[in-house]
Ligand binder design. Structure first.
Ligand code: SIN
Length: 475
């Protein structure tokens, strides 16, 4: 297990003496102590990235692509080890963790293919007097701040396109789950990325870390996944140096079930949209708007299906829902559930933290939730499904859009035309139409409104890590 900082191709203890304790949320046991990066360490990482930047940018695209493809293979070859690490520090079920490794690795394979296909343009001036050339050089050193809910994939979704485009990077992995990031850096080092192209500095003092990094002259971009609250702070600080930003922020996804929907498929999709990765995803279904004609039946079926999910350690192959990340997360989820009950909802399943070691909250279904209750405005980030019956489509769409968030939405109906029309009316960057999962490296991941800026993945993702330069010619 790597517990040091990765700077300039070397593992080092860091300039301070503090350590970060990493806890297994299923047992509450401390599983590792890692170096706590100081602002000086962050500065050293930026210097190392700056030193690597020009050489890496000048490396032929094919060579960069081969390294990315090697990274895909190497991560896949270490699936068992990485998945176990993810389960141990995050808590998600093993099947989800293995899925995460495949997802994380795929960003390298996808971007290996994009790296050799970065396109420019040659245009003719409208007067016909001359031509112009448009091309896309790398943006420069990129700072990346990644969340604990996908300890591997939220790094590689940024890292692979950034490297493919020719940028060196400085990564701050999550304090709660940094071990996977350190091991991923180790594996990428084995693949042969040049020293300084990838730097990883965990820290418990995120604000001081970011102040130093954002002020470093070589840093030209910030890519962040996390809460809207933190995203706003990073945007404000980034404005001081007019840094390019990509922000993947919070969600509050509506999951709409029309009266004509196949309820078996809708419940199956609801379980995926709600429960994948222990219900700790920003794409998670947060509010279930169900036509009143089928709301009771949907709620009952959902409660039965959620009740069959085994809660426990992610290492147990039968587990379908692991622990939450912290005791505080459990308290917050429980507060939202209790608040909804006080506002008139009724409990169809679950509803109280489990009395056992570890940060466990059971799958919970709430019926007859009032739109506007705090549970419909907060991002739950836990295994709780609030069902809100509706009778009028237009009112329901207004409620679904009655949020500053706009990351994901889900629609279930048997009528494709209705489904497409409803999808287009939802103010969200990603829609699952009769599908409970939207995430795919080949598609543009990102949100509208306060859910973010920019897109990750697809053919767009790599261009986020590029500048656009145009050269006017005299021919
Ligand atoms: C996230 O929760 O931030 C990402 C979810 C995903 O990629 O599916």
């Amino acid at each position: 297990m790597r517990t040091e900082l990765f700077i300039g191709g070397d593992w080092m203890p860091g300039s301070g003496s503090d350590q970060i304790e990493v806890t297994n949320p299923a047992t509450e046991a401390v599983i590792a102590q890692i170096a706590d990066g100081t602002p000086d360490d962050a500065l050293a990482a930026c210097d190392a990235a700056a030193a690597a930047q020009l050489g890496w940018a000048a490396t032929p695209p094919r060579e960069r692509a081969e390294l990315l493809r090697g990274a895909w293979r190497h991560l896949i070859d270490h699936t068992d080890e990485l998945a176990t690490l993810i389960v141990t520090e995050h808590g998600k079920p093993m099947a989800d963790a293995r899925g995460e490794v495949a997802y994380a690795a795929e960003f390298f394979r996808w971007n290996a293919e994009e790296t050799v296909r970065l396109r420019g343009e040659i245009g003719i001036a409208p007067s016909g007097a001359n031509r112009f050339i448009v091309h896309h050089p790398p943006v420069g050193v990129v700072a990346m701040i990644t969340p604990w809910n996908f300890p591997a994939a939220m790094i590689t979704r940024k890292l692979a396109p950034a490297l493919g485009a020719g940028n060196a990077v400085v990564i701050k992995p999550p304090r709660e789950a940094p071990l996977t990031a350190l091991r991923v850096a180790d594996l990428l080092d084995e693949v042969g990325f040049p020293p300084g192209a990838i730097n990883v500095v965990p820290t418990s003092t995120s604000g001081a870390w970011f102040d130093v990094v954002a002020d470093h002259r070589a840093v030209r971009m910030v890519s962040f996944t996390g809460s809207t609250e933190v995203g706003r702070l990073l945007l404000k600080k980034s404005a001081d140096r007019v840094l390019k930003t990509v922000m993947e922020l919070g969600g509050n996804a509506p999951f709409i079930v029309c009266a004509d929907a196949d309820l078996n498929a809708a419940v199956e999709g609801a379980i995926v949209a709600k429960m994948r990765h222990s219900a700790e995803t920003c794409t998670a279904a947060n509010r279930f708007y169900v036509d009143a004609a089928v709301a009771d039946e949907f709620t009952e079926r959902l409660a039965i299906a959620m009740g069959e999910i085994k809660v426990g350690s992610g290492l147990d192959p039968d587990t379908g829902c692991g622990p939450m990340i912290s005791a505080q997360a459990v308290t917050e989820i429980d507060g939202l559930v209790k608040g909804a009950l006080e506002d008139g909802a009724s409990l169809a399943l679950g509803g109280s933290p489990l009395d056992r070691p570890g940060f466990f909250y059971p799958p919970t279904v709430l019926a007859d939730v009032a739109h506007g209750s705090a549970i419909t405005t907060a991002e739950i980030f836990g295994p709780v499904a609030p069902v809100i019956p509706f009778t009028d489509i237009d009112d329901m769409i207004a409620q679904a859009n009655d949020t500053e968030m706009g990351l994901t939405g889900y629609v279930y109906t048997d009528d494709l035309a209705v489904g497409l029309a409803l999808s287009e009316r939802i103010q969200a960057g990603m829609i699952g139409l009769n599908r409970g999962a939207v995430s795919d490296p080949a598609t543009p991941f990102g949100g509208m409104k306060q859910s973010g800026l920019g897109r990750e993945g697809s053919t767009e993702g790599i261009y986020e890590f590029c500048e656009t330069q145009y050269i006017a010619t005299n021919w």
